[in-house]
Design a protein around this ligand. Structure first.
Ligand SMILES: Cc1cc2nc3c(=O)[nH]c(=O)nc-3n(C[C@H](O)[C@H](O)[C@H](O)COP(=O)(O)O)c2cc1C
Length: 277
């Protein structure tokens, strides 16, 4: 097993940047060089590897040579991100064609960088990547609903009525005709997991951003959360999600609608700046 923290002593410039950037003070300067003093505090965030100006830190066997370099890396500026934020839309009309698989896989790989509390990284991305897979899920979902109805279990109207309409092919209030769906879940029993609900929501928000940047439209699928609250068996059967499993779902696909302008909100968030008096 690789050492958690190794320093190339010849390359180290002894600046202490790694020690200063360690969130839980696991590192210490010792005889002018950094060392891992409290490994039990380390959350493996790799800030020490990332911040070292000399590329002298090898973390858990990972060489700094294999990291993405930030110098000259093109990143979106404030204008680009602000424009996206002001015009992003929840899309509810999707084209027939599937999202290109390579692009989707690239997005999911990038999404693995979404932050998690205490760097617990316990997320699972379950993805219906194509219309075929999504339609299969729709069928499974309707069958599960029908089994429950046949079992004389009372289903709430908001679930029963759209299910009938979906089965008849009239409309798809649940999944909005999307060609794909991403379900982000967290294993809250995994070691070190402190913020499972926040972790999944943050990953979904980042998915929306990444997908939109690739021309893929998205819509939050809050409906599945209601299902988990009211008839959790349906999600156990169709997605293998436990009764209280932290999860959120995003619908996606190529858009069948183009928006020409942004909306004008009556109320934005209340901004409360607490300057000194
Ligand atoms: C947590 C959350 C859950 C949502 N659930 C659904 C949903 O189940 N179905 C749907 O069509 N839209 C859903 N939406 C989309 C909202 O209705 C939408 O964000 C809102 O109307 C504003 O529109 P915009 O996203 O285009 O700005 C959800 C949005 C959020 C943030």
């Amino acid at each position: 097993m690789a050492n958690l923290f190794e320093v190339d002593r010849a390359a180290c410039v002894k600046c202490g940047a790694c020690v200063r950037d360690c969130a839980f003070r696991a590192l210490k300067m010792d005889g002018g060089a950094p060392r891992m003093a409290f490994p039990e505090r380390c959350m493996k965030c790799q800030h020490c590897l990332a911040v070292c100006p000399a590329g002298a830190v090898v973390f858990d066997g990972k060489s700094p040579r294999d990291s993405v370099k930030l110098a000259n890396l093109p990143l979106p500026g404030l204008d680009a991100v602000e424009n996206w934020m002001r015009t992003r839309r929840s899309v509810r009309r999707f084209a027939a064609a599937d999202v290109e698989r390579g692009t989707l896989m690239r997005i999911l790989a990038a999404l693995g960088n979404s932050p998690t509390g205490c760097n617990a990284r316990s997320l699972t991305f379950t993805c219906m990547p194509s219309r075929k897979a999504m339609d299969r899920f729709r069928r499974d979902f309707i069958s599960a609903i029908e089994r429950h109805r046949d079992g004389a279990k009372l289903l709430p109207r908001w679930l029963a009525v759209p299910a009938i309409r979906l089965r008849k092919g009239e409309d798809d209030m649940f999944f909005r005709g999307a060609s794909g769906m991403l379900v982000v879940s967290s294993d809250e029993s995994a070691p070190g997991v402190t913020t499972p609900r926040e972790d999944v929501t943050i990953a979904c928000a980042h998915f929306e951003m990444l997908a939109n940047a690739a021309g893929i439209a998205t819509c939050w699928c809050g409906f599945l959360k209601l299902v988990q609250q009211e008839v959790p068996e349906l999600l156990e059967e169709t997605l293998g999600l436990g009764r209280s499993a932290p999860f959120y779902a995003m619908l996606f696909g190529l858009p069948a609608v183009r928006y020409a302008r942004g909306v004008q909100r009556d109320s934005y968030a209340r901004v409360d700046i607490r300057d000194e008096a």
